[in-house]
Design a protein around this ligand. Structure first.
Ligand code: PDD
Length: 287
């Protein structure tokens, strides 16, 4: 099967799909992206993703290239052309094409591109035994809440974790707080059973899984607190986990050389994994 991309308004073969050298995404990383998971024929949390897309665009004063409804129609067309049940719908919107200039105007026409990427979901071993993450300095800018395509620090940090044989790297900021991973949100479970995660301020990306984890925890009477935590808190934690579009809720059993709790996947994490999977299974199939 050959993959297709949607570039502006046209479906074209992914290999060879092109935008201009003058695209401001290419020149300045002047754009945003979203990653919506296609899992067993279901588009996972599509609406919150598209709502976050609108928020990222608004923060950068980039107009919506088309209505949310029109984007949804194109997503379905993309899926129809692939006939796959699993993947990641990658959407990127840049401010448009213009002669290189730091200044932008409201007249620029945003460029919409989209494709279906292969997904690598966690293995059953990763889910049952948990994964290891390392820690690394948070080298990012002051607006991590915007899902910007400028991902150099995230990329370098993820590369460092890969080279260390770890699944992810938890980023530690100048205050000594763990903000989030290079491409996922970070959580611990304290000895008193409370789930703790960094507040969704400008120093993290407010993940869609994070929204869901917090909602499910509240619905099921699980205690949680949105408050920064440090490596010392990690040492005292009984559980740790991460969440993202492609990992859903994934247990972490080692952080650097610290074994979390008794080294096994904890009850709170297991419960959240089960609750989230059940919620996803309840989504009607599109494929
Ligand atoms: N990453 N934090 C960062 C920095 C992220 O890049 C992501 C998503 C998340 C988790 O957000 P969500 O639950 O909405 O996926 C948190 C995507 C998957 C990526 O860049 O590929």
């Amino acid at each position: 099967m050959s993959r297709v991309a949607c570039v502006k308004n046209q479906f074209v073969p992914l290999r060879g799909a092109q935008v201009s050298m003058l695209d401001r995404g290419y020149q300045f990383a002047d754009g945003i992206y979203e990653v919506v998971t296609l899992w067993n024929g279901r588009l996972v949390d599509e609406s919150p993703h598209l709502a976050r897309m609108e928020r990222s665009l608004a923060a950068l004063e980039i107009p919506m290239p088309m209505s949310v409804r029109a984007i949804q129609i194109r997503i379905r067309e993309l899926l129809r052309r692939h006939r796959l049940k699993n993947g990641l719908v990658y959407i990127q919107i840049t401010r448009g094409e213009a002669m290189r200039n730091h200044l932008f105007t409201g007249e620029m026409t945003p460029i919409f591109t989209m494709c279906l990427l292969p997904a690598r979901f966690p293995t059953s071993q990763e889910k049952s035994e948990g994964v290891r993450v390392i820690t690394a300095p948070d080298q990012r800018w002051a607006r991590c809440d915007i899902k910007s395509i400028a991902l150099l620090p995230n990329m370098l940090t993820r590369m460092a974790s890969y080279r260390a044989g770890a699944k992810e790297a938890w980023q530690i900021n100048a205050q000594g707080n763990i903000t989030e991973g290079s491409l996922s949100n970070a959580y611990i479970v304290r000895a008193d059973g409370v789930i703790q995660t960094h507040p969704a301020d400008r120093s993290i990306l407010g993940g869609i899984r994070r929204e869901m984890v917090l909602k499910l925890a509240k619905q099921h009477g699980m205690a949680l607190i949105e408050k920064p935590f440090t490596l010392d808190d990690v040492k005292r934690a009984t559980e740790a986990f991460m969440s993202s579009a492609s990992s859903f809720v994934l247990p972490i059993t080692t952080v650097d050389d610290i074994t979390i709790g008794n080294g096994a996947v904890g009850h709170v994490t297991e419960k959240l994994m089960t609750l989230y999977e059940a919620q996803v299974l309840a989504i009607p199939r599109v494929m």
